[in-house]
Design a protein around this ligand. Sequence first.
Ligand code: HEM
Length: 444
Amino acid sequence: MSLDSIPRAKGRVPGLGHVPRMLRDPLGVLRALHTEGPVLRLDIGTMPVVVVTTPDTITEVLVKKGKHFRKGRLFDRLRPLVGNGIGNSEGATHLRNRRLIQPMFYKERLEGYAHVMSERSRMLANSWSDGQTIDAAEVAGSFTIETLAATIFSADIGRPAVESVREDLPIILRTMLRRALAPKALDGLPIWRSFDRSASRMRAVIEEVIATTRASNPENRTDLLSLLVSARDETGAGMTDEEVRDELATMLFAGSETTASTLAWAIYHIGQRPDVEEEILTEIRGAVGDRPVTFADVRNLPAITRVLDEVIRLHGVTTLMRRTIEPVTIGGYELPAETEVLFSPYAMHRDPDLYPDPDRFDPDRWLPERSADRPRHHVAPFGAGNRKCIGDKFAWLEATIILATILPRWKLRSVPGSKPPTEATASMAHPIRVPMVVRRRQDD
Ligand code: HEM
């Protein structure tokens, strides 16, 4: 069994395969592949990767034939950071640890995190001055990293971890995707050293905080780390320090850039669309008024949810991968064991066959009357199947609370003359800079 029958993607260079094309314009290539066929072969150096581009073939990989797959190369190469956390572990270990972690995202926990999110959103809103220019990408980046760290680590003992996360995580995120896609032969390059240094520093600091938490009555605390340290499986066994460290690093990695990018794009798009902004403000006035936004308010703010759903359609996760563990047929092609498979939620969500006028920001696509007939598997910003995102509700909660807190106080508009933000490729198609001017609303 070989991959020879699968059509090759365009733009292959002898020896390097499609790497030059991918590194030059990764997002453009991912989108272009959707016009080349449902199943394609891409060569990363000499390693073949099968790309699946349609909702049906992606669902085959993630759900219908999911048991024939493991996580692939992209995730292997994240091990220096996330070890064997649930994003990376497999089989019984994944199942056990996912079950132990899941309760941390139950409603009663989210209610508690919502307090932290709401308080931090008010602090942010109070920190601006009228007429100030901010970079919404930077603001969203620090806000989500610090809020995640504040919900993960208890405030008193987690400070060193929060500091390290704030310094090191952005360095790691900047280098991550390129490192994952570059051939292994390039591993020794000095450009990766900052990734390795930051990853090991962050892991060392997290280890220290775990030790302090274990020694400090974690049963009486409600932060995520204390919950992880106290969690027990059905045999009564808990997680080792190493497991806890890997799960924390996984949450920090999986939960920060993703949410930050969504938030920054939401602020940008709302600033471009006064009609959408007005709809949101009317809703906030009716549902929340002047008091702090709570967990219970979020379901009464559907106009914000529609904006977030549209933002994640336009600017979502760029690349995910799997590896076959045994021969399996996908899209009519037989893939042998150990085949690397790649797919892009970003490119799928911009496919004009699925979303007419795909580059247009149109939150009304998500109105019940316009989305009711859309097949569920055409929408996969958080993945699907047993590896679906565990933090989707956390992310939407945080983004909704911050938007509902800042928008009634501040009007945010792009700096006059500034160009639309460029999409950079990390795990998300995140905006590089989003310069915005903030104006106090009562001065309108
Ligand atoms: C806009 C925000 C987010 C997006 C778009 C997003 C997207 C995703 C996607 C697509 C996956 C599936 C990966 C795969 O199939 O290979 C995933 C998994 C995961 N996400 Fe998220 N995520 C977001 C926020 C978060 C947050 C806030 C957290 C934690 C606090 C989180 C934690 C995780 C974890 C632990 C996994 C691995 C789950 C497993 O393999 O069992 N994510 N995420």
